[in-house]
Design a protein around this ligand. Structure first.
Ligand SMILES: C[S@@+](CC[C@H](N)C(=O)[O-])C[C@H]1O[C@@H](n2cnc3c(N)ncnc32)[C@H](O)[C@@H]1O
Length: 120
């Protein structure tokens, strides 16, 4: 069953997977996004140490939450997960002890909230 997609597993098992089963499945997947373009929306507004590739939180947000759910990142850094939550129709909430992180995250999310298509 390891090669089946999550959707196929849902059909295969004929029942909704538990949150834990989904998480285990996601963590078993390829999570290297180095070859992916991470410079969409406002993700490239500012550098930040150990920043997520946006595809990483996106994958978990889409598989583990529903539209309008709340996504919390308690150490949000530059707000990559919060921005992905917003872009994908969730409510993103972020916390960080670093004031610079808060400023960067606010700038990234506000840019998309004010102009959803900044490069079009
Ligand atoms: C690796 S960075 C997160 C980067 C983020 N995922 C991104 O994509 O930009 C870790 C963050 O955790 C924050 N942090 C560390 N300890 C914390 C604490 N006790 N409470 C809140 N934030 C904390 C740091 O300030 C830092 O911004």
């Amino acid at each position: 069953m390891g090669h089946l997609t999550l959707s196929e597993q849902l059909v295969y098992r004929d029942r909704e997977l538990s949150y834990r089963e989904k998480l285990v499945y996601l963590l078993s997947q390829e999570l290297d996004f180095h070859c992916h373009d991470s410079n969409y929306a406002s993700h490239d507004f500012h550098a930040f140490p150990a920043k997520f590739p946006p595809q990483l939180p996106r994958k978990f947000i889409l598989e583990l939450t529903n539209p309008a759910d709340l996504v919390l990142d308690p150490m949000m850094g530059s707000g990559t997960a919060v921005l992905e939550a917003y872009i994908n129709g969730r409510h993103g909430v972020g916390v960080d002890i670093d004031p610079l992180a808060l400023k960067i995250a606010k700038a990234k999310v506000n840019a998309i909230a004010l102009n959803p298509h900044p490069r079009s």
